[in-house]
Design a binder for this molecule. Structure first.
Ligand code: TIU
Length: 229
């Protein structure tokens, strides 16, 4: 066990029961030529999360933590795409349509894939999710339970959308979440800021918030104390 220096109070990390969860770090959200950029978003606001996430991923892998990746997207036949999600935004090119990196948010397309900097290693589960939350219509809960995971260290994009939805879903299912403040990002800085405050408010209503350095220090500390590396 090791304490993570977190808000609203220190988090007791149990590395045997903890997983690093990396949400939707996909090319279509993060790369300059992707869907997010085509919608007029400044992807540099998301790309600042890559370097600290990479550091955390390497530390988690070295320590033998479970690492889980998620991707938002849909079947090529779009049978799992709610018509309401397809219609939302009245976009000229929306989900399932041809985009800058293949069909937008469709599984198997280049834009749907995870960015090379954080690419999953063999054996790391990838959860394909049709919604914003990683628990909705996926086998994530079964994967976590089968591995005895009770704590989630959460990175990814975007803070107020897929990260928030997933953390809320996890919290209601009894998982303890630590959101890594510099490893999550939003196209809207004010939503990011308030989104993080909402997690830790009211005594940690949805979970904890801690910077990458504090999480890395705790993982490294428990690793040194032995027993699970
Ligand atoms: N992964 C995720 O957050 N999906 C989104 O659509 N996010 C937006 O902020 N649009």
């Amino acid at each position: 066990m090791a304490l993570i220096d977190a808000q609203p109070y220190p988090f007791d990390l149990d590395p045997v029961r903890a997983a690093l969860m990396i949400i939707d770090m996909q090319r279509d959200f993060l790369e300059p030529g992707g869907f997010g950029a085509a919608l007029g978003n400044d992807v540099s606001l998301l790309r600042r999360t890559i370097a600290p996430s990479r550091q955390l991923l390497e530390e988690a892998r070295a320590a033998g933590l479970t690492v889980i990746h998620t991707r938002e997207g849909h079947r090529p036949d779009l049978a799992d795409l709610p018509p309401t999600k397809k219609a939302r935004g009245r976009l000229p090119a929306g989900i399932g349509d041809p985009g800058p990196m293949g069909r937008i948010l469709v599984r198997g397309e280049d834009g749907h894939d995870i960015i090379p900097e954080l690419y999953p290693a063999p054996g790391e589960p990838i959860v394909d999710k049709p919604g914003k939350g990683a628990f909705h219509a996926t086998d994530l809960d079964a994967i976590l339970k089968n591995r005895g995971i009770a704590q989630l260290i959460v990175c990814g994009v975007t803070t107020e959308v897929c990260v928030h939805t997933t953390v809320r879903e996890a919290n209601d299912r009894g998982y303890e979440c630590v959101v890594v403040s510099d490893c999550v990002g939003s196209y809207f800085p004010e939503f990011h800021e308030i989104g993080l405050r909402m997690i830790a408010a009211q005594g940690g209503i949805f979970g904890w918030v801690a910077p990458c350095d504090a999480v890395v220090a705790a993982i490294s500390e428990t690793g040194r104390s032995g027993g699970w590396r």
